[in-house]
Design a protein around this ligand. Structure first.
Ligand SMILES: [Zn+2]
Length: 413
């Protein structure tokens, strides 16, 4: 690599979320991820306040970034894209593209359609300046998450993005472990410092969910519709417990957006799925495009759920859960919470159910043991912490030469 080549972690050197890494050889400038910090989701600041000071990145400036690569469509990895200059090419997976162009426009401020978005296929290198960039799919809590291998000359950088080894696509992360001759490994460490290192597989979680769903009580289950692994676990658990899963039109639409990924992705017209229609802004947008009307064939009413609650499991949605809380005896409801428990600290419509809450979840991130195995297999010349609150313990945990960077600090390669 050119003598002027350098790597800068603009954000993420000592925090989880908000990641942004620059690789620059004096001629081409590449960015990897451009996320919103997690703190932005709790504080009442505008997204604008979290913009990084990177010249030539934003609208109303002369573009001076050659490309931006996004590992996956979680806000803490792409959330600042809405501010970039629209000419800058953004590279991302087909799933991330679908989320940005089909799903996010349903939400306020979620329109990324004017960006220069380019789909990249895994294991298909592309060249920008002297750089060669190859995407590798990895296992994470959203489909088609990518790690990036970046080469120029004889140097190789591997940026993991977010990854785990216990999801339905664990073999993808295992395949990445076989990559050789890595000079710099930028590796996430979200779970470092967390006490609970015990990670169930999605199938183990599915069996646990099925046991809870067998209860006499009506189960309301909270999870992200965009987490396909989890949708499949919840759906399979419903089949096992002989229940029908009731979803909202938004979830039907998300599943349809993922349809081309695999024929094994459940769809609204499959057995044991019913649709509860709610009046909200997303429903209004789906009505305009006529998508909403397709789901009518599977429609069920609140009266049906009230009269035969033993038949159903409800996917949480603000309107339906609030409705059920107001019309049901609380002793007959249970909340199965299948997200990171940290989100529960925020007040929400789920608060009245907190005494009847069962936490049933498995992380989207690898535990320490899996990361240690990964570092051992990759055997990088240097290991750089990112997307972690525990950068300082990398040198104790991992058998590699660790370089702890600060946000904004230049590392000459
Ligand atoms: Zn993620």
């Amino acid at each position: 690599m050119d003598d002027n080549s350098k790597l800068i972690i603009h954000r993420g050197a000592d925090e989880i979320g908000g990641s942004c890494v620059e690789v620059n050889d004096g001629k081409a400038r590449l960015l990897f991820d451009l996320g919103l910090p997690l703190s932005s989701m709790n504080e009442n600041c505008s997204k604008e306040d979290y913009k990084l000071d990177i010249k030539g990145l934003y609208k109303n400036s002369k573009p001076n970034i050659d490309a931006i690569f996004i590992t996956h469509a979680h806000l803490d990895h792409f959330g600042l894209l809405e501010f970039i200059h629209p000419e800058i090419p953004v590279y991302l997976s087909q799933t991330a593209y679908n989320i940005m162009t089909k799903i996010l426009p349903l939400f306020k401020n979620g329109d990324f359609s004017k960006l220069n978005l380019n789909v990249i296929k895994p294991n298909n290198p592309i060249n920008i300046g002297a750089f060669e960039i190859t995407a590798h799919n990895v296992d994470h809590s959203i489909a088609e998450s990518m790690a990036f291998e970046i080469r120029a000359g004889d140097k190789k950088i591997l940026y993991t993005g977010d990854l785990r080894f216990h999801g339905r696509k664990n073999y993808l992360s295992e395949n990445l472990s076989k990559l050789k001759n890595v000079d710099y490994l930028l590796m996430e460490g979200s779970t470092l410092g967390r006490e609970d290192q015990n990670q169930k597989t999605e199938d183990e979680l599915m069996l646990e969910l099925a046991e809870h769903f067998k209860s006499e009580k009506l189960s309301i289950v909270t999870f992200s519709a965009q987490n396909l692994d989890r949708f499949i676990s919840v759906y399979k658990a419903c089949l096992k417990a002989k229940k029908t899963l009731v979803i909202d039109p938004y979830t039907c639409y998300v599943l349809e957006s993922f349809k081309d990924l695999s024929k094994n992705i459940p769809q609204f017209d499959w057995n044991n799925i019913a649709v509860y229609f709610v009046k909200n802004s997303i429903g209004d947008k789906l009505a305009v495009t006529k998508d909403l009307y397709k789901y009518k064939s599977k429609r069920i009413s609140i009266e049906e759920i009230l009269n035969h609650h033993e038949k159903y499991v409800i996917k949480d949605n603000f309107k339906i859960t609030t409705n059920l809380i107001s019309r049901f005896n609380m002793d007959k409801l249970q909340l199965i919470y299948s997200l990171w428990s940290g989100y529960l600290k925020k007040p929400s419509h789920l608060d009245p159910l907190k005494n009847n809450l069962i936490h049933c979840h498995t992380s989207g991130h690898a535990n320490i043991e899996s990361l240690q195995e990964f570092v051992k297999n990759i055997a990088p010349k240097k290991l750089i912490p990112i997307h972690t609150e525990c950068a300082q313990v990398y040198s104790q945990l991992f058998d590699a030469r660790v370089i702890v960077q600060k946000d904004g600090e230049e590392l000459f390669l």
